[in-house]
Design a protein. Structure first.
Length: 639
């Protein structure tokens, strides 16, 4: 395909020369009136001879070819220069091809409203049925991207294709047919009609354009429906020889789970969203083989090349919902990220009237899982009611509803509904149950749970939630150690490395009193001679430790960067001599005091005491003064 584009780029100047157009017309318009006058007269004579529309088509050849090569900025600049040239020479600018090309550029840039307006204008100026179909099919794509209904327009476009067939010009609108087929397949996907999507792709007579086949392969890589091909031989290798496959290299790497340094220059925002969404699901279902680092790198690169502030204007309605759901899944396994994910979702969200039952079902499922994880019973029940009202709740193709029923067995009103048949998907549902409900307990006497993921202590009898990191860490420490010194207790629960009994004992006793009020009666806490003892049976206390997928996600620097923190750690078990070696601080990284407070999750007073001790031990180096003070972690400190 690239070779043909090069041939066309060589042929375009020859066509202009045969037509009598001045060479390098667009770059020659600047200058004095004396220099421009002969060129204006020459161009007007060519227009009188060939007609304005044909001349504009010839001048737009290079613009369209540059766009086909991916040179969007150069193509847009030349298009703007052409309009200036026509205005400067006093020629009419209301031409089909001019509006059509401008609409294509706006479509690529994500200005779907402007593109829709230009395609409608170009359709009114169409000189033939193929031009009419090309403009109308792109207008339908704009309606889809804006999240507007386009069912009537699809029916009208099908009638135009029948007219093209009867007039023998169907081959001239092959590209439009592919675009409309892609729109229909994406509509099938949003409606959860995976079988109809694949049937539509198979009914298409394969020509030289392979976009529908890519859509079908991308959908089949998703693991939550009955047509998923998780353990099967990938069929997308057939696309390797496709000569006219748009964004071929980037999209193939998306299916393969690979990255490349050139991805930033070639990948559109929409293709990046497809990659992120697919890779998040691959990580969810197969975390052993698909690492969270790949997901984090995809997210980091995507937000680097497409800043969040611009995404709301560059993503279509479906892309917004795909990105929103991907972020929801990640925040489910990383509760600390919930606020930042909510901010990102609001930043890129766009209102839509388009019906997307599949993506809405997925969104409600993640909301139900998060509500259960955070013990929000009322929100959970409302979300489950909304899930049961979904048209895909009883679908035999889409397994998301089965995933909800597996995690919440009491939510299934239809015992005959099928369960997921894929083993890896079933394993994912088991991990979800463990994340939300904790590991299966053999004892029915559990009175209290301590979630070391969210640092929440839950009294099952009173159904009270006590979100407190020192409280959760203290209970876990007493369970693990049995007895320990007050100095060790202060280091773990409060991050105190320079212990002073006169200063810190009141704080320790206050925390111990809180622990006594929540612990079951069979556990007793005593203090004697500077040591803390916990005696009794722990059988009624359940400790829920961080999930494997969560711990993997939090080690990804790109994900931490998205959240706006240096690092996110699990409960920190410190001793007086090894505190900095166990904290997840990046060697040679420069931190401000506020950044250290966020990273270490400690108050200002505690961080100041820790920094004073670390400076004395030469574990950190202070730079600057006053508000410009920063701290550098020495390289020899191992994380």
């Amino acid at each position: 395909m690239n070779q043909r584009i090069v041939d066309c780029l060589t042929l375009a100047p020859q066509l202009q020369e045969v037509a009598g157009l001045p060479p390098r017309l667009l770059s020659s318009i600047e200058g004095s009136e004396i220099a421009i006058a002969p060129m204006r007269q020459n161009l007007k004579s060519v227009v009188d001879k060939l007609g304005a529309s044909l001349v504009v088509d010839l001048l737009l050849l290079r613009t369209s070819l540059l766009r086909a090569q991916g040179e969007f900025m150069r193509a847009q600049a030349e298009l703007a220069q052409l309009k200036t040239t026509l205005w400067g020479l006093g020629l009419e600018t209301s031409h089909y091809r001019l509006y059509f090309e401008e609409g294509l550029h706006q479509l690529v840039e994500g200005d779907y409203s402007g593109a829709l307006e230009n395609f409608i204008r170009s359709r009114h100026l169409a000189r033939s049925l193929p031009e009419n179909i090309d403009a109308f099919s792109n207008a339908i794509l704009c309606l889809e991207n804006l999240g507007l209904a386009f069912d009537e327009q699809l029916a009208e476009c099908d009638e135009l294709f029948l007219r093209a067939r009867s007039q023998g010009c169907l081959q001239e609108v092959a590209g439009a047919r592919v675009s409309i087929l892609g729109a229909k397949m994406r509509l099938n996907f949003r409606l959860g009609q995976i079988t109809q999507l694949l049937q539509a792709e198979r009914s298409y007579s394969r020509e030289e354009i392979d976009q529908p086949r890519y859509t079908a392969f991308w959908v089949c890589e998703l693991p939550y429906h009955s047509h998923a091909r998780i353990d099967q031989e990938p069929e997308w290798s057939k696309l390797l020889d496709a000569p006219y496959f748009y964004q071929k290299a980037f999209r193939l790497r998306t299916l393969q789970g690979l990255t490349h340094p050139s991805d930033g220059q070639t990948g559109r925002a929409s293709d990046w969203v497809n990659r992120v969404y697919l890779w998040v699901w691959k990580w969810l279902v197969t975390p052993q083989t698909f690492s969270p680092e790949r997901v984090g790198s995809a997210f980091g690169a995507f937000l680097h090349y497409h800043p969040p502030a611009q995404l709301a204007h560059r993503l279509c309605a479906e892309d917004n919902q795909l990105l929103r759901n991907a972020l929801q899944w990640l925040s489910l396994f990383d509760p600390v990220s919930s606020d930042r994910v909510a901010d990102l979702t609001r930043l890129v969200s766009r209102e839509t009237s388009q019906q997307n039952p599949l993506l809405e079902l997925e969104r409600l499922a993640t909301c139900a899982f998060k509500a259960a994880r955070d013990h929000k019973e009322l929100e959970l029940q409302d979300t489950l009611s909304a899930l049961r009202a979904s048209p895909l709740w009883s679908s035999k193709e889409v397994w998301i509803a089965d995933l909800v029923r597996a995690v919440f067995p009491n939510s299934n009103p239809d015992p005959s509904s099928p369960n997921p048949r894929d083993k890896q998907f079933n394993d994912f549902s088991s991990r979800l149950r463990e994340l939300i409900h904790g590991a299966e307990s053999q004892s029915s006497q559990i009175q209290m749970t301590v979630d070391l993921e969210t640092f929440t202590v839950r009294d099952l009898k009173s159904k009270r939630n006590l979100p407190s990191q020192p409280l959760a860490l203290a209970i876990e420490l007493l369970n693990r150690a049995g007895s320990l010194s007050c100095e060790e207790f202060a280091a773990v629960c409060f991050g105190i490395t320079r212990y002073d009994s006169q200063i810190h004992l009141p704080r320790i006793y206050n925390l111990l009193n809180r622990i006594k009020r929540v612990l079951p009666d069979e556990l007793q806490i005593k203090t004697k001679e500077g040591r803390i003892y916990c005696e009794g049976s722990w059988r009624s206390v359940e400790l829920r430790r961080p999930n494997l997928q969560t711990s993997g996600l939090r080690r990804v620097p790109e994900w931490n960067a998205i959240l706006g923190v240096k690092a996110i750690t699990h409960p920190v078990h410190l001793s007086h001599d090894s505190a900095p070696a166990r904290l997840r601080l990046i060697p040679s990284q420069v931190y401000s005091r506020r950044e250290l407070e966020q990273t270490l999750r400690r108050p200002r007073s505690t961080v100041n005491r820790m920094l004073a001790d670390w400076e004395h031990r030469r574990w950190v180096v202070r730079r600057g003064k006053a508000r410009k003070t920063s701290y550098v972690i020495r390289e020899e400190i191992q994380i």
